[in-house]
Design a protein around this ligand. Structure first.
Ligand SMILES: Nc1ncnc2c1ncn2[C@@H]1O[C@H](COP(=O)(O)OP(=O)(O)OP(=O)(O)O)[C@@H](O)[C@H]1O
Length: 412
């Protein structure tokens, strides 16, 4: 029915060539069906056990999210902007390889299970725009880069582990408190009761529960008054020193940030100069981090959609396959660093990461790539694909297993 899926009923053609479908070893590994007005349940997809990427954003899919526990290879799961209902899907908690989980803007309800902590690789967790209720106090996911639970019915104190995310990540939950939102001390009903007077140790809203947590968060300083002051009748009189302390601490933070930026700048220059094999590990980490940040699946405004372009043949891999591939540094050239990447299907490619990723505009870059990609000569290494995002440019070549002429001549 949908013209974007025109090729889905072509008989005799492998589903691997249908729009939105990618395969690895003849099994569907990637299914991206976004903005297609699809409706109904996604139960039939639960048999795609080799799926690594499932994105069904912006459709009209509904019903409870089915049991996805057979999709053990899943790394990216985007089900946002649909009509899914029911509880947080328990089967998702067993997908321990998930990097990105986006269930935002559905009709999901019930509690956010603290067992989410089992997903130790999570970089993205988006649950905003649902009807989740209860606390999020137990959530500790140290790897998270992107987090949003705004527009739910959550309650209780924001845990310290999440307090570095901006206010907008928690907004429109009338019951949430603590850094970066208003301090929990401020919203405990009748102030005449005084801090800790009710003795409910487990309540996240209990004023006495806050001190050690809130005060240790740098972002909480302006909002969180010293808990000892909150029940104090002379609070107004003591506001001034608190403000003073906040200003001093604020200045210290600004200074620390500036020093950190300067340090990073000089450290990068220094690393760039010494380069070489010794830096293999850390360079690789840096490369991975930057590439992760240019996810081809933007979930927030302002992100540029990265693009992996192949010159001929089928799409053998996507950015996330390169990320997952075991990689080793091959060497440094005038334009960047080359890595050897062994893909899931056993294929080997050489990935060259351009040093100055901001050079040239998109069109100019693509024109150069088109020319390089067409070159075929026995003495030239074939350029198979390239990846373009504002902050990252990668060139993917055939891997030359026998090393360079220099190596052969000098034997080093
Ligand atoms: N396709 C490849 N297969 C195997 N090894 C490669 C491949 N491409 C690069 N390398 C290795 O990585 C090193 C760096 O390669 P790169 O192409 O970045 O620079 P270069 O050719 O040495 O120098 P320049 O960029 O100045 O021409 C090479 O010396 C080579 O050992």
């Amino acid at each position: 029915a949908n013209e974007k899926l025109w090729d889905w009923n072509s008989t005799g053609v492998s589903p691997c060539s249908w729009s939105g479908v990618s395969c690895s070893r003849n099994r569907v590994s990637r299914l991206v069906l976004e903005d297609l007005d699809l409706s109904g349940s996604i139960q039939p997809l639960t048999g795609l056990t080799q799926l690594r990427v499932l994105s069904l954003k912006h459709n009209r899919l509904s019903g409870p999210i089915p049991d996805l526990s057979n999709l053990t290879a899943l790394k990216l799961l985007f089900l946002s902007d649909n009509g899914f209902s029911g509880k947080f899907p328990p089967s998702v908690l067993s997908l321990i390889h998930l990097y990105r989980l986006d269930l935002s803007h559905n009709n999901l309800s019930g509690e956010v299970p603290p067992t989410l902590n089992h997903l130790t690789h999570l970089l993205t967790l988006r649950l905003d725009g649902n009807r989740f209720s209860g606390p999020i106090t137990g959530i500790v996911l140290p790897t998270l880069q992107e987090f949003n639970v705004s527009g739910n019915r959550l309650q209780g104190e924001i845990p310290k582990s999440l307090s570095a995310f901006p206010e907008s990540a928690f907004s429109q939950n009338t019951g949430l408190c603590g850094s970066p939102l208003q301090s929990c001390n401020g919203i405990v009903g009748d102030p005449s009761e005084g801090p800790g007077s009710n003795g409910e140790v487990a309540s996240p809203l209990m004023p006495g529960a806050g001190p050690s947590i809130v005060s240790s968060s740098p972002s909480s300083i302006p909002g969180s008054t010293n808990p000892a002051l909150s029940g104090n009748p002379h609070r107004r009189a003591r506001m001034k020193p608190v403000a003073l302390i906040a200003i001093i601490v604020g200045d210290a933070i600004v200074l620390a940030v500036i020093s950190l930026l300067l340090y990073c700048y000089f450290w990068r220059n220094y690393m760039g100069k010494i380069g070489g094999e010794g830096q293999k590990g850390s360079k690789l980490m840096e490369s991975e981090k930057i590439v992760y940040s240019s996810s081809p699946y933007p979930t927030q405004a302002g992100y540029e959609r990265g693009r992996m372009v192949f010159f001929e043949g089928e799409r053998r891999f996507e950015l996330e396959d390169l990320l997952r591939a075991s990689a080793e540094m091959l060497g440094k050239g005038g334009f960047g660093t080359a890595y050897k990447a062994v893909l899931d299907d056993g294929g080997v490619v050489a990935v060259k990461r351009l040093k100055d990723a901001s050079v040239g505009g998109k069109r100019e870059f693509e024109q150069h790539m088109e020319i390089l990609g067409r070159l075929r000569h026995p003495n030239l290494v074939n350029l198979r694909a390239y990846y373009f995002a504002r902050e990252e440019k990668l060139l993917v070549y055939d891997y030359m297993a026998n090393g360079s002429l220099f190596w052969l001549l000098h034997g080093m």
